[in-house]
Ligand binder design. Structure first.
Ligand SMILES: CC(=O)SCCNC(=O)CCNC(=O)[C@H](O)C(C)(C)COP(=O)(O)OP(=O)(O)OC[C@H]1O[C@@H](n2cnc3c(N)ncnc32)[C@H](O)[C@@H]1OP(=O)(O)O
Ligand SMILES: O=CC(=O)O
Ligand SMILES: [Mg+2]
Length: 532
């Protein structure tokens, strides 16, 4: 490598036709500036996560911070919410694949959250073509013809507003190197989306809107604030051109919501209850706390006290500061059978009703077939208002740390463990094959929901939990069940699908991350080594 290459970025991914428009010299120069300026501090933030986790492993419990009491107790508000982000009552989410982008923006929703994180397996082609898809979507020119059916897709008049969710801070992009090292994936997603869409969105009188996933502390939010200021100054656009919604989907972050809003006050418009990662984070953060091991995944629903408290505190905190409080995802997807589908819609209605009643300003759906259902519920609660910022939830003060950490009741069943194995196995296989979101047993499974499945088993092994049938969960029991359940999956999917897939590799990864005594931080980290 030449000295010049060492100072700049080296692209090792294949440059297919059209990629040079996305990875243009000017776009790469901007990305290189961001990496040079911000990657070192990001490394330190990731080390801080490890240090904090060691303290919790050694017996401390997460709590509200003494050092930031002033921020929690003083009066201030976020800078404001642009008019075109005031009404977000239903948002659809999905990967940045071309056909899905068009379908999502045509759904009966206000917003499409285009996802480089939980729903997207970050293949090189996926992330570069995803940027082209989002640019074309913002331009309004995006089209797609299905190669087999010939069905043509284009945007309707007044499609949904596009928000981009960049990758989490932990995920590298190995096809672009800086001084020989993989760059942070989040900076690639942010830089390219910002560079290619700023002019398009400004011409529409709009701004640059992002979702930020998996933050664990206000210091990470402050890092994003610096990135946003840098980008705005570099392109000479007003402060606040960028607006962000932060997912509160880690247990440490729930104790720092005021601080996160404050750190990003010039750029933030909302927090979101990312419930699936939050459950995963509860398991991960409290991994060494034997009294807080979760039961079967199926019984950890939003009426568990620790989840209900999280939703209510998020609404109260946001509305006090003038920010919106977005709800989360019911993982159900429409069923083909009409009677079964009635049940799905009833469950989605109940879930959305709880959120709207609590005071959330909007919610998520995973599939266009659920948009009308969620819309009906939120229309009912919102009436003529665009949101529920007036709901202050004063009756909730204070929500204590012990409520946010409350252990959950519920069974641990053999069936629950076997289902977790089959789901984790199929999801890992899909992810390392380049598909980040799949339907499995009637539910949407993505990088957040699958994490719950695999960490539950790890946690039960580490804490030698007893199943409802009297068996103690051990590594040997897991390995026996993994072998059996792999055969169940093989017969469910058929031999040709099994042979064409990457199931043997997925079995190896699942075995390794479940039996390792150290909890692997994210399944997507070993997964990424197996990708491409
Ligand atoms: C925990 C979290 O982070 S949640 C956020 C991340 N997760 C997500 O974004 C989930 C997104 N959802 C999906 O990817 C899909 O709904 C899946 C994979 C779960 C199911 O997809 P499919 O099996 O294709 O569903 P199905 O066959 O019913 O789809 C019917 C049509 O709806 C489209 N569709 C389904 N979900 C979506 C979506 N989220 N966005 C856009 N279009 C969609 C399909 O592309 C298909 O279109 P077509 O008829 O033109 O071919
Ligand atoms: O990103 C959303 C979640 O639930 O996780
Ligand atoms: Mg998530």
């Amino acid at each position: 490598m030449t000295t010049q290459e060492q100072q700049g970025l080296q692209i090792t991914g294949e440059m297919k036709p059209g990629y040079d428009a996305i990875l243009s010299a000017d776009a790469i120069e901007f990305l290189s500036e961001l990496v040079h300026e911000f990657a070192p501090a990001l490394k330190q933030l990731l080390k801080d996560r490890d240090r904090r986790q060691s303290e919790i492993d050694n017996g401390q419990l997460p709590d509200f911070l003494a050092e930031t009491r002033d921020i929690r107790e003083s009066h201030w508000k976020i800078a404001g919410i642009p008019t075109d982000l005031q009404d977000r009552r239903v948002e659809i989410t999905g990967p940045v694949e071309r056909k899905m982008v068009i379908n999502a923006m045509n759904a009966n929703v206000k917003v499409f959250m285009a996802d480089f994180e939980d729903a997207q397996s970050p293949t090189w082609d996926g992330v570069v073509e995803g940027q082209a898809n989002l640019r074309d979507a913002n331009l309004g020119t995006i089209e797609y013809t299905h190669p087999e059916t010939g069905k043509h897709y284009r945007l309707k008049d007044q499609p949904a507003m596009l928000l981009a969710r960049v990758r989490g801070l932990h995920l590298p992009e190995k096809h672009i190197l800086y001084k020989g090292e993989a760059i942070p994936g989040c900076l690639m997603d942010f830089a390219l989306y910002f560079f290619h869409n700023l002019g398009i969105r400004q011409a529409k009188g709009s701004g640059m809107y992002f979702y930020l996933p998996k933050l664990q502390s206000y210091k990470e939010a402050a890092w994003w604030s610096k990135v946003f200021h840098f980008a705005e100054q570099r392109f000479k656009v007003p402060t606040g051109t960028i607006k962000a919604t932060v997912l509160i989907e880690t247990l440490p972050a729930v104790f720092e919501m005021d601080e996160i809003l404050f750190a990003l006050r010039e750029h933030i418009v909302a927090l979101n209850c990312g419930r699936w990662d939050y459950i995963f984070s509860y398991i991960k953060t409290l991994r060494r706390h034997a009294d807080r091991v979760l039961p079967d995944r199926q019984v950890v629903t939003m009426d568990q006290p620790f989840l209900d408290a999280y939703s209510r505190l998020l609404i109260r905190t946001c509305h006090k500061r003038g920010a919106m409080a977005m709800g989360g995802m019911a993982a159900f997807i429409p069923a083909k059978d009409p009677q079964e589908n009635e049940k799905v819609l009833a469950r989605v209605t109940a879930d959305k009703d709880r959120e709207a009643r609590n005071g959330h300003d909007g919610t998520w759906v995973a599939h266009p077939g659920l948009a009308d259902t969620a819309m009906t519920v939120f229309n009912h609660y919102l009436g003529n208002r665009p949101n529920q910022l007036h709901v202050l939830r004063d009756e909730d003060a204070p929500i204590s740390a012990s409520l946010l950490l409350q252990p959950s009741d519920g069974v641990r069943t053999e069936q629950g463990m076997r289902t977790n194995i089959r789901v984790a196995l199929q999801y890992i296989e899909a992810w390392i094959s380049g598909n980040g979101c799949v339907p499995i047993y009637g539910l949407m499974e993505d990088a957040a929901t699958a994490e719950i499945s695999r960490t539950s088993i790890w946690q039960w092994i580490q804490n030698q939990k007893t199943l409802d049938n009297g068996q103690v969960v051990t590594k040997a029991l897991f390995r026996q069940m993994l072998a059996e359940e792999a055969q169940v999956v093989r017969s469910e999917l058929g031999e040709s699908r099994w042979q064409a897939g990457r199931f043997e590799k997925a079995i190896t990864i699942l075995d390794q991350i479940t039996t390792d005594d150290e909890l692997v931080e994210f399944l997507t980290l070993p997964g990424y080594q197996a990708l491409d």
